[in-house]
Design a protein. Structure first.
Length: 267
């Protein structure tokens, strides 16, 4: 693989509720601003909380479909399309990169779900950068997902942006569906704890979900929205500058915190 491309950052975004994709809101504004500052990648590997099941798969179509994997929202949300091209060659590269430890299935029946397109349509509104989506293996441990991220790291020097999309705090049972709902104290506490561990590069602690305190356990009632962070952190290295360009708690129980790991100036 050519290494003529500038080394890419790795990025985790809190995608929040689907309506953020089509409404005027500060998070969409922040995603747009962030997209203008990032180096343009030649392609994107997206890891979304919403492709969570047994095994590991990658979208392999030349034209992945836009998936509307939700219900009960206005028709306008179901009409959104994000017609970014796929990249079958990159999909095959992932198969080779993750072998032999992980068998990766080339998928023709998935596409870009709302965990991916809801943020990508703001980061890169022209939809002109190829995107493949990598699934989350629900059978595997947090350590396994972190290690898989480590094996994705070479893509950074091939011009590929690794984008994880989920939420560090994501408890739908505690959501308050009203504007400006104040954060639950446990949600704020957990969000801050995650930020401190990320900034300290205490990745071992972040992988030990079973050892989380009460607030963090409430924040992560199931691992699907949390695991994309571990892919991103796994692909980072000690030279990266870690920052949190977007923060906030939406609907009282959903963290919108993002984590950007950028190549250091002395690399």
């Amino acid at each position: 693989m050519s290494t003529s491309h500038p080394r890419q950052p790795v990025l985790f975004l809190g995608h929040g509720n689907p309506m953020l994709a089509i409404t005027d809101n500060p998070y969409a504004d922040a995603w747009q601003a962030l997209g203008r500052t990032l180096p343009r990648p030649r392609a994107i590997v997206a890891v979304s909380a919403h492709w969570f099941g047994p095994g590991t798969a990658v979208t392999a179509q030349a034209r992945p479909q836009t998936i509307h994997d939700f219900g009960g929202f206005p028709r306008a949300l179901f009409e959104v399309q994000y017609p970014a091209p796929g990249d079958p060659t990159l999909a095959q590269r992932l198969v080779e990169l993750l072998a032999p430890q992980t068998a990766v299935r080339l998928s023709e029946d998935w596409g870009l779900d709302h965990g991916s397109w809801s943020v990508l349509r703001h980061l890169y509104p022209a939809a002109d950068i190829p995107v493949v989506q990598l699934s989350l293996d629900a059978r595997q441990s947090p350590d396994w997902h972190f290690a898989l991220g480590r094996r994705l790291a070479p893509l950074r020097d091939e011009g590929v942006l690794l984008l994880g999309s989920g939420n560090l705090v994501h408890h739908l049972g505690r959501v308050e569906w009203r504007d400006n709902a104040p954060p639950h104290p446990w949600a704020s506490s957990a969000d801050q704890w995650f930020a401190e561990r990320i900034a300290a590069r205490d990745f071992d602690a972040l992988c030990r979900i079973s050892d989380f305190d009460a607030a963090a356990r409430l924040a992560v009632p199931s691992p699907d929205h949390y695991l994309p962070l571990l892919h991103v952190l796994g692909a980072s290295d000690e030279h990266d500058r870690i920052s949190f360009p977007i923060e906030g708690i939406d609907l009282a129980a959903i963290s919108m915190r993002s984590c950007l790991c950028q190549p250091g100036v002395n690399r």
